[in-house]
Write a protein that binds this ligand. Structure first.
Ligand code: MTE
Ligand code: MO
Length: 443
């Protein structure tokens, strides 16, 4: 157990992500001097007490600010709310140089700046193979055809009058952390793990629609989901899964999906890699064998150490990452720090998360914050007192099947180093005695 010291350690959170080490050092050095002067007089005045900031000398508490003496802005000035101007650093970001065209690219969620388990819709990561569209829902249709008694075409109105459910699930691109297979490639958790988001999705279970069309129970084994964008995004899903927890969803976090996330309709395939969550969903075909389309025969296959490719590895295995402190941040003080992060498993609930501060030699079990939901992000927290010496911070998740998140050595022993997809290895953040946190790999 750690003692909570009265003045929690402060963190330079560097939400910009791509600060150079020099810039980070500049910022944190400046900030430290500032903190030192700000607190010097205060701590003398209250010597012997546990108060961190004395009122004495702090203009932020002594002077009545303008906002306490003037009329505020009118209600509904912004009919659709937006974040504070002071949160402008919290942005989805493209990784410079990762892709050549922005229409076929990725933006990463700023995990380092998020709380809890729900990703604000405006910060949900994006992955488009052929750009995004804002499709008129009045003109959008979903067709179900193939091995069904009656092929049907649904309008959005048809779908939205059906009995719907709302469920919280994570979506993770299969290529998340893909740049880290061979060596450390990116500086921050936004770029190493930010193709990950979690929302409450609302829609109709795909099983309801398949029932409505009457699937040929004898021959039907698979379904194919197809998107309405120009990428010909088509993915095979086994019928078992399609009838289990897959949703045809229009809602995301209480409102309609955002255009970037598939408005007006997307598939939600809990636990499965993002590519199967077909956006702008326009067709479900029922068939008797996998289609082996381009996005499952050429892309989204795992290159194995022996040179062969593994197909149809869809589940996102148990994984976790510490989001604070994480790469690019700087601890400005010794003493108490809350270590926080996210854990998830495509196979069900997270059972336990352990945290190490010494590169995996010793582990302590973190607190899992409720709710702990199946195939959803789970938030963990653990108290920690930094004594100022270098440390390697790691988290290791275990899911309800008993599967333990692997080390890089364990993962590479099976998968090699030249893969792209399904890297769920334990992430290490190195904390230097300067307080700077950086991305390292520990074997
Ligand atoms: N129609 C269509 N669906 C798609 C894609 C796409 O390009 N077109 N990209 C897929 C991939 S690879 C991922 S990881 C997820 C990303 O979903 P998001 O953009 O809502 O985060 O959508 C999937 N569904
Ligand atoms: Mo993806």
């Amino acid at each position: 157990m750690s003692q909570i010291t009265p003045r929690p350690g402060r963190i330079q959170r560097a939400p910009e992500g791509f600060l150079s080490p020099e810039q980070i050092r500049e910022v944190s050095a400046g900030r430290r001097d500032f903190l030192r002067t700000a607190f010097a007089s205060a701590s003398m005045a209250v010597a012997g007490t546990s108060v961190a900031r004395a009122a004495d000398g702090d203009p932020a508490i002594l002077t009545l600010p303008e906002h306490s003496t003037t009329l505020g802005r009118p209600v509904a000035e912004r009919p659709y709310g937006a974040p504070s101007q002071f949160e402008a650093g919290l942005r989805r970001r493209e990784s410079p140089g990762l892709t050549r065209v922005a229409g076929s690219s990725v933006s990463f969620s700023p995990l380092q700046g998020l709380f809890g388990i729900i990703t604000p819709s405006g910060l949900h990561f994006e992955r488009h193979h052929q750009g995004w569209h804002d499709i008129d829902p009045a003109r959008h249709r979903l067709m179900i055809n193939g091995l069904v008694k009656e092929a049907r075409v649904y309008t959005m109105d048809d779908l939205m009058r059906l009995p719907s459910v709302s469920r919280i699930h994570f979506i993770e691109c299969g290529a998340n952390t893909g740049m880290e297979w061979g060596n450390v490639a990116v500086p921050t958790v936004q770029y190493s793990h930010g193709m990950l988001s979690c929302s409450e999705f609302t829609g109709v279970p795909l099983s309801v629609l398949l029932d409505d069309c009457g699937i040929d129970r004898k021959r039907a084994k698979f379904v194919l989901a197809e998107g309405a964008d120009g990428s010909s995004m088509t993915r095979t899903i086994s019928l078992d899964r399609a009838l289990d927890d897959v949703l045809v969803a229009w809602g995301q976090n209480g409102e309609m999906l955002r255009p970037e996330n598939g408005y007006p309709l997307r598939l939600v395939v809990p636990g499965v890699q993002g590519v199967s969550w077909v956006k702008w969903l326009r067709r479900i075909e029922v068939g008797d064998q996998p289609w082996a389309t381009k996005d499952e025969a050429v892309h989204y296959i795992d290159l194995m150490p022996d040179g062969t490719h593994r197909q149809y590895t869809s589940i996102q295995e148990c994984k976790s990452v510490i989001t604070t402190p994480s790469g690019g941040q700087t601890l400005l003080d010794k003493g108490f720090h809350n270590i926080t992060g996210l854990a998830w498993s495509g196979r069900g609930k997270v059972k336990r998360v352990d945290v190490s501060a010494d590169g995996g030699r010793n582990w302590r079990t973190a607190r899992l914050e409720t709710p702990v939901l199946s195939k959803a992000l789970t938030r963990f927290n653990i108290d920690w007192v930094w004594d100022g010496s270098p440390a390697i911070l790691q988290s290791r998740a275990i899911d309800e099947t008993g599967y333990v998140q692997p080390t890089y050595a364990q993962l590479r022993a099976v998968r090699g180093t030249r893969s792209i997809y399904h890297n769920n290895a334990i992430q290490s953040w190195k904390l230097a005695d300067s307080g700077d946190v950086s991305n390292v790999q520990v074997f």
